[in-house]
Design a protein around this ligand. Structure first.
Ligand SMILES: C[S@@+](CC[C@H](N)C(=O)[O-])C[C@H]1O[C@@H](n2cnc3c(N)ncnc32)[C@H](O)[C@@H]1O
Length: 289
């Protein structure tokens, strides 16, 4: 049999998506943005791209996320790969956040779909999205401006954000960890722990590790370079290793999962909490406001 030069993604998924995508609309969108200027505005020259990021082809796209085509096609494709529906899946994270956070950080925010939902749900909060791809941030910023929503986007590495310690009440990561080597995911969780205030909440929405282990063809077809390593891991264990407490994960339909951890309170506040004096005690994910 002749060697197959096309990847599975190119053979099967790309033709399907190409039928689902409105190419003319994408061209119009692309032409409405001055990419060179916008990318330059978002680029922080001090950001160093980790090797895994520079050298991997995510979803079969050459040069990964560091190009405008990846940013332009991300939303039109993502809407079809989060059953039973993209908004429902993303809302599972937003609705699991307890209390009224004042500052929220969305790590690996991409084109900012979850970031915008976070701001919509917590309009009083300062919401910041951080990503390694200036092109993804340009799209995110375009969406925020078009929607008239005030969020801040920042170019940076989630492993070492340079943001001040204990400055966020909530840190979240949506669809980030299946695209990173597990060692990177663990480093990101340690950085999130540093960034959170005591009692702060960490939420991770991503592929369902149990489902992915049982359906290897999904990992093959989606051409994610690290998804098999991700599926062999355990986000609960990673959260515990980073220092989080009240760690738990629940299924979000069958393809995704939502994980939660809380940064421990200092001992004195912990005692007050046990006496029920006003500090919110973590609830099972499904019961959180
Ligand atoms: C699959 S996309 C998810 C985007 C968005 N969170 C969403 O839910 O649609 C993964 C994103 O993570 C970003 N990313 C990967 N590694 C990162 C890192 N170390 N620091 C910051 N962003 C990273 C990529 O640039 C990409 O935008």
């Amino acid at each position: 049999m002749a060697p197959q030069s096309k990847t599975l993604f190119e053979q099967f998924l790309a033709p399907i998506f190409s039928h689902l995508i409105d190419r003319d609309a994408l061209v119009r969108l692309s032409e409405s943005i001055d990419w060179e200027t916008a990318v330059a505005e978002f680029t922080n020259p001090q950001v160093v791209y980790p090797n895994y990021y520079k050298t991997s082809n995510f979803h079969g796209v050459k040069h990964g996320y560091l190009n405008k085509d990846a940013a332009l096609t991300y939303d039109p494709i993502t809407q079809y790969v989060l059953p039973p529906g993209e908004t429902w899946v993303r809302e599972s994270l937003v609705k699991a956040i307890g209390g009224n956070p004042r500052r929220i950080l969305d790590l690996g925010c991409g084109t900012g779909t979850t970031t915008l939902m976070l701001k919509g749900h917590f309009p009083e909060a300062e919401v910041i999205g951080l990503d390694l791809s200036p092109q993804m941030l340009v799209m995110a910023d375009h969406k925020a401006r078009t929607a008239g929503v005030n969020v801040t986007y920042r170019h940076g590495n989630a492993m070492a954000t340079g943001l001040p310690a204990a400055s966020f009440d909530v840190v979240c990561a949506t669809l980030l960890f299946h695209e990173t080597p597990p060692a990177v995911a663990k480093t990101i969780l340690s950085e999130a722990f540093r960034l959170l205030t005591p009692g702060g909440q960490m939420l991770v929405l991503d592929g369902n590790q149990r489902t992915l282990r049982a359906t290897d063809w999904l990992s093959t077809i989606f051409e994610e370079p690290f998804i098999r390593d991700y599926s062999q891991g355990n986000v609960d264990a990673w959260l515990g290793y980073a220092g989080f407490e009240q760690v738990r994960t629940e299924d979000v339909f069958w393809l995704n999962q939502l994980s939660y951890g809380r940064k421990p309170l200092p001992v004195a506040e912990r005692a007050m909490e046990h006496e029920g004096e006003g500090v919110e005690v973590g609830l099972p994910l499904g019961q959180m406001a």
